[in-house]
Design a protein around this ligand. Structure first.
Ligand code: ADP
Length: 408
């Protein structure tokens, strides 16, 4: 049997068909530029990638094509359930749930907190429900893992009534990745989950850090939206809120243009003036390009600063873990970060740092007081599959116990 994982953006639909036992991806792909005449669907199967224009360029159209492909290849009857990535679950969900009409209502209710993502996620859910009405559909929330944060970590220093009335607080994102990293690190270090204290650094185009105490998230760098915290590929990260009204005046921007500037034109791209792609920045920095070097230096400094900010929340540290496209692959950025944490007594291994790239995991530094620094490859889809199958198994168990009670 298989689980189908769906991740919908406003103009995209990514999917993966994953074997329930082996946990390997059999078919994957995605539709891009949905709702435009240029919409395409790529499907990767048996090592080959085929890209076609979409006749019906909607999310539903894309989902139908995916399903037809699965039917043609004989997988349609073997899908046990569909797992959906949902970005914002507000304060309603601490864990993944089966999607019911009530859950759909709550996802809609949380849409003002994630105006781009939640409506898109919902479109994917509705498309999957239309095509596969008899299969369980499971929602896995990016925010759920961080619902264990204490008030002092999640509240903003605003009048408390604003939180009470509008739910304005820090929620955090990349929850599935930080959770996976926590579980995997516990198993790598052979430390029981409830005793594990780590700082999980998910460094990709979007980047966030989470402080994990006793296996639970107690703080994280993203906030109400994924703009807060680290400087990222194209996002500014945290800045002085007083800067916004000032800049609106300087640039004569409206609030939407301002939002665009902070989300899409800033970060590594804005500082380097070249790219948001870490690989390009590294190459250019090594060639002596000053702005590319500065962009990476700023990124590294902010990561190191955030890691050290979390030490009071943890008191004892078992590991700093690097993951995400940059965390898993960039020896350059990891060295930049760890060199600034040398005061914590880390002994850094250059050979091991260079070795850990392209899916290779390992220990890159050790300290007698602050544990290890590790590279671990994340698996957000794997988490979605795990939750999806667990919920389905629970459901089946409940159904069979009801059946046996009825028979008795
Ligand atoms: P997201 O999922 O947030 O879109 P990813 O986790 O895929 O992002 O990470 C993308 C980032 O990882 C890009 O900045 C990319 O340049 C960087 N990256 C990927 N491979 C390498 C590599 N070999 N060396 C350095 N950076 C890399």
């Amino acid at each position: 049997m298989y689980a189908l994982v769906i991740n919908c953006g406003s103009s995209s639909l990514k999917f993966a068909l994953i074997h329930a036992k082996e946990r390997n991806t059999v078919i994957s792909g995605g539709a891009e530029q949905l709702d435009t005449p240029e919409a395409t669907l790529s499907i990767k199967y048996h090592g080959e990638k085929v890209k076609n224009k979409l006749e019906d360029p909607t999310h539903l159209g894309a989902f139908k094509e995916v399903f037809q492909f699965l039917q043609k290849e004989g997988y349609a009857d073997k899908i046990k359930a569909v797992g959906h990535r949902v970005v914002h679950g507000g304060e309603y969900f601490q864990e993944s749930v089966e999607i019911t009409p009530e859950v759909i209502d709550i996802i809609k209710k949380c849409a003002p907190l994630a105006p781009i993502h939640n409506p898109a996620n919902l479109t994917g859910i509705l498309a999957a429900k239309e095509v596969l009405p008899d299969l369980p559909q499971i929602a896995v929330f990016d925010t759920a893992f961080h619902q264990t944060m204490p008030e002092e970590a999640y509240l903003y220093g605003l009048p408390l009534e604003i939180y009470e009335k509008y739910n304005i607080r820090r929620y955090g994102f990349h929850g599935s990745s930080h959770r996976y990293i926590t579980e995997r690190t516990a198993s790598i270090l052979d430390i029981p989950l409830e005793k594990l204290n780590i700082i999980s650094c998910h460094l990709g185009n979007g980047a966030s850090i989470a402080a994990i105490r006793g296996g639970k998230s107690v703080d994280t760098s993203m906030g109400l939206t994924p703009l807060e915290g680290l400087m990222m590929g194209t996002r500014s990260g945290s800045l002085d809120p007083g800067l916004i009204p000032y800049l609106v005046e300087c640039l004569d921007y409206d609030i939407y243009e301002m939002d665009n500037l902070l989300n899409f034109d800033s970060g590594l791209l804005g500082i380097s003036g070249v790219s948001n792609d870490c690989r390009i920045l590294e190459t250019k920095a090594k060639e002596g390009h000053k702005r590319c070097r500065l962009a990476l230096d700023m990124f590294g400094y902010r990561v190191a600063k955030t890691i050290s900010e979390y030490l009071p929340a943890l008191q004892r540290l078992d590991a700093i873990v690097f993951t995400g496209g940059i965390g898993e692959n960039s020896a350059y950025v990891r060295e930049l970060i760890m060199s600034q944490l040398a005061f914590l007594g880390y002994r850094f291994s250059n050979p091991s740092n260079s070795f850990c790239t392209g899916g290779k995991e390992g220990v890159i530094a050790t300290s007698s007081n602050f544990g290890k620094a590790l590279v671990v490859c994340t698996d957000e889809e794997g988490m979605i599959v795990q939750d999806t199958l667990e919920i389905v198994a629970q459901k089946e168990k409940q159904a069979s116990s009801i059946d046996s009670t009825v028979e008795q």
